[in-house]
Design a binder for this molecule. Structure first.
Ligand code: FES
Length: 84
């Protein structure tokens, strides 16, 4: 178990889990895990893990910088919880 963020004691596994759960931006990963919210030294490592971990279904293209709309996409949706 490798600790990525020593300030918040966030492990590589924790980062991988939030990426698997749908986090697609550095901000999402940091807000969810707490990594990068103190000294910031781990941010590049978190970014690398995010890049390595996230699916490449977009053909390897990088999302446009500065787009914040995808931040909302991480919010859990209730659509699948609707009762038929
Ligand atoms: S090591 Fe992650 S915020 Fe300091």
């Amino acid at each position: 178990m490798m600790i990525v963020c020593h300030c918040q004691v966030v492990t590589e596994t924790a980062v991988a889990e939030v990426v698997d759960a749908g986090a697609r931006t550095l901000g999402q990963v940091c807000r969810t895990t707490g990594a990068g919210t103190d000294c910031g030294a781990c941010v590049f490592t978190v970014k690398r893990l995010l890049t390595e971990r996230q699916p490449t279904s977009a053909g390897g293209r990088v999302a446009p910088r500065g787009r914040r709309a995808s931040d909302q996409a991480f919010a859990p949706t209730m659509s699948s919880a609707s009762v038929a």
